[in-house]
Design a binder for this molecule. Structure first.
Ligand code: MN
Length: 319
């Protein structure tokens, strides 16, 4: 339980995109957070520092810049240690200090709805000055959601609800699919534990089958797109639990009737090539009626643009 993660893991994850000076700064932040949080524990029993480390690691996976990763290590030192903002500024520069200040809660101990709203407002206002504040807040929340089972049940539900109502839509609007998708599944686990466990049991049984299916469709779509000389990357994913749950709710159907458990994505080079790819796919596989959306002609409010369709692939719907 007292295992201390190594900073080398972060440096390795950053690969070639970090120079000597940046590496030193990351090292310094790692040591600073380890020292100032010393003796503090999470409810899981782990050293508090593991939370700072995991937050920095999530930001590294998001391909964030050095200052944000440094702020990730330090994000709780103003709230939970004797460190002052001036000290942070001196040691790590004013950008890092204001990012950390931006995620520091105004009201740390109480959790009335008013306090929570006030804390969110503070994060949003700081985000106007520096977008990296909200990205750090998302990484912080993701790790807190991953370790939510150690909190009292009442708090689990409050935090999960806030996550679903505030942070999931923000992650979505920022185009951070992976973060959004993991947050959604974690929210479902704490807000609808019965449904979550049922989906988990049913879907894990089918997981290998689903992965094989996705690979097969990706290969077929890739061949078709290549045959039509359309420059494109083709990727597939199995839908997350929350996506399946939403579909069951929206269509009022049981799990057995959710058939399109996978989705394929074709990314190409121009609007014209998007329609060419769609044309090729619809010519080869039968599109399902009323399952087509043209978000190129009608962009979503966040300016998201793409074409959505469902077709029958060997008798099964694929999105
Ligand atoms: Mn935190």
């Amino acid at each position: 339980n007292n295992f201390m993660p190594n900073v080398k893991e972060i440096i390795d994850l950053m690969g070639g995109r970090v120079n000597k000076k940046e590496e030193e700064l990351i090292n310094k932040a790692y040591e600073f957070a380890k020292k100032t949080h010393e003796g503090q524990k999470r409810l899981s029993g782990e050293p508090y520092f593991t939370h700072a480390f995991e937050t920095a690691k999530i930001l590294t996976h998001m391909n964030m810049d050095t200052q944000t990763i440094v702020a990730g290590f330090l994000h709780d030192v103003l709230e939970d240690t004797k460190t002052s903002k001036e000290q942070l500024k001196r040691e790590f520069g004013s950008a890092v200090a204001s990012i950390v200040e931006g995620v520091t809660k105004k009201i740390a101990l109480k959790t009335t709805p008013e306090d929570r709203a006030e804390n969110i407002r503070k994060v949003l206002l700081a985000t106007i000055k520096d977008i990296r504040v909200i990205l750090l807040k998302l990484a912080d929340r993701l790790h807190n959601m991953r370790t939510l089972k150690f909190l009292p049940q009442e708090q689990q539900r409050e935090i999960a609800r806030e996550t679903l109502e505030v942070y999931v839509p923000v992650a979505y609007k920022l185009g951070m699919y992976r973060v959004k998708s993991e947050l959604e599944d974690l929210c479902l686990r704490f807000l609808e534990p019965g449904i979550y466990q049922e989906l988990k049991a049913r879907i894990s049984m089918k997981k290998e089958e689903r992965e094989r299916e996705v690979k097969k469709v990706v290969a077929a779509v890739k061949r078709l797109i290549e045959d039509n000389n359309i420059p494109a990357a083709v990727a597939g994913r199995a839908k997350n639990f929350y996506g399946i749950y939403k579909k069951m709710l929206a269509k009022k159907i049981p799990f057995e009737d959710v058939r399109d458990l996978s989705a394929i994505r074709v990314i190409t080079t121009s609007t014209e090539n998007c329609y060419k790819a769609l044309n090729a796919i619809h010519s080869k596989w039968t599109p399902i009626l009323n399952r087509f959306d043209d978000y190129i002609a009608n962009p979503k409010p966040n300016m998201y643009q793409s074409l959505h369709t469902e077709v029958l692939f060997e008798g099964k719907p694929v999105e």
